[in-house]
Ligand binder design. Sequence first.
Ligand SMILES: [Zn+2]
Length: 95
Amino acid sequence: MPDSCPVCGQHYEPETGFYWGAMYISYGLAVGVVFVAGMLTYFLGHDPATWVYVSVVAACMILLTPLLFRYARALMLYGFGGIRYDPMAAPRRSA
Ligand SMILES: [Zn+2]
């Protein structure tokens, strides 16, 4: 991850260790994924054997972990980093 945005210059890390909090957001997102995958497996598979649940949930987590990692960081930055979208930031910087 770069230190700052190449377009507008926004610094991405407000303070040292800022993204440790993103682990909690990532955990919450992962719990949601496990819950939804488990419920879909239950209803679509008509309550299959335990190994099917484990396989489906593990596959979903392996496939979605890169997305969860990035979305957790983005949500942390927008929620607690004090950053707001400014459509004029890039034109101001380049001008
Ligand atoms: Zn930017």
